[in-house]
Write a protein that binds this ligand. Structure first.
Ligand SMILES: [Zn+2]
Length: 309
């Protein structure tokens, strides 16, 4: 285990699996934040941002998102109301957040939430921005989100990977029967990271790490397994979505799970398409599998997630 040495102008506020990490880049008069966390934890995010681990009371001029999923931009509105920061989003995400609808960030489909926000400008692959006294180059990072970007700083060789690469996994990739262009895109993103040879990776979730090659190899194995077995991928996505919802809600009565997976459109749709299981069977499988893997606990007939939010 190598510890990651980052320049003092970079601060990583490590969160959990409901909130993404916040990366603070300090330069007087031009402080930058990458990604804002989930909306229901907005107060905690603002508290951490203002703390010595973040801006330490300094202003925040700009907020940039790696991608516009609810755990990365859900806190954008709160950050702007506190700091008046300018918001920059990936150019490809504009269609997903403007106009803002109940289905923006998949909210209706997946039972997620985010506070509506207005962005000021966009950044696209091939463009760059100044942060913490360094120039960060934007690279396309499709796969988990086809419009996502990652940011690379070539002097220290630091990569902010968003959900394109974590130390032991990556953000889920939608299942498809047969050839899956989303998995192919994720593989291309890994190849891009391999070419960049980062000496440190700051992921969207989990601690920063130095062994990018090892992480890439682990994720390639997972993608290969998902490409061979789309139903396995579908089960993985459903489990990830459900744990995410539990982290948001904090708990759910066991008796409510069949009604929940019958009501939230995504579970029904994927279950019909990939698993052929009725809602009652789906709830039983979901809870059983998550209990076996240690992702959740049940006490007194109530489910709780074991991961940190
Ligand atoms: Zn994320």
């Amino acid at each position: 285990m190598h510890s990651v040495m980052l320049p003092p102008s970079l601060r990583v506020i490590e969160r959990g699996w409901l909130n993404c990490n916040q990366v603070v880049m300090l330069a007087a008069g031009d402080n930058v934040l990458v990604d804002s966390g989930y909306c229901t934890h907005r107060e905690r995010t603002l508290e951490l941002l203002a703390s010595p681990a973040g801006l330490d009371g300094e202003p925040l001029e700009r907020l940039i998102n790696t991608h516009c999923h609810s755990d990365h931009m859900g806190g954008n509105a709160a950050v702007v109301s506190e700091y008046g920061s300018r918001i920059t989003i990936p150019a490809g995400e504009v269609k997903n957040v403007a106009p803002w609808t109940p289905q923006s960030v998949w909210m209706e489909e997946f039972d997620q939430r985010a506070d509506p926000f207005h962005f000021d400008d966009t950044i696209d692959a091939g463009q760059s921005f100044e942060g913490g006294g360094f120039r960060w180059q934007a690279y396309a990072a499709p796969g988990h989100d086809m419009d996502a970007l990652m940011f690379f700083e070539p002097v220290n060789r630091i990569l902010i990977s968003g959900d394109a690469l974590w130390e032991n996994a990556m953000g889920f990739v939608w299942p498809e029967e047969g050839a899956n262009p989303l998995i192919d895109a994720a593989r291309e993103t890994l190849a891009t990271i391999e070419r960049l040879e980062p000496s440190a990776v700051i992921p969207g979730h989990g601690a920063p790490f130095v062994d990018a090659a090892g992480a890439i190899a682990r994720v390639r194995d997972r993608l290969d397994a998902f490409a061979r077995d789309p139903a396995k991928n579908a089960r993985h996505v459903m489990k990830s979505m459900f744990v995410f919802a539990l982290l948001d809600k904090r708990s759910m009565p066991l008796a409510d799970v069949p009604g929940y997976v019958a009501r939230v459109p995504y579970y029904r749709r994927v279950s019909e398409r990939f698993l052929g299981v009725p809602p009652e069977g789906l709830a039983e499988w979901l809870v059983g599998d998550l209990l076996r893997s240690g992702a959740i606990s049940v006490t007194g007939g109530v489910l709780r997630p074991n991961a940190i939010a």
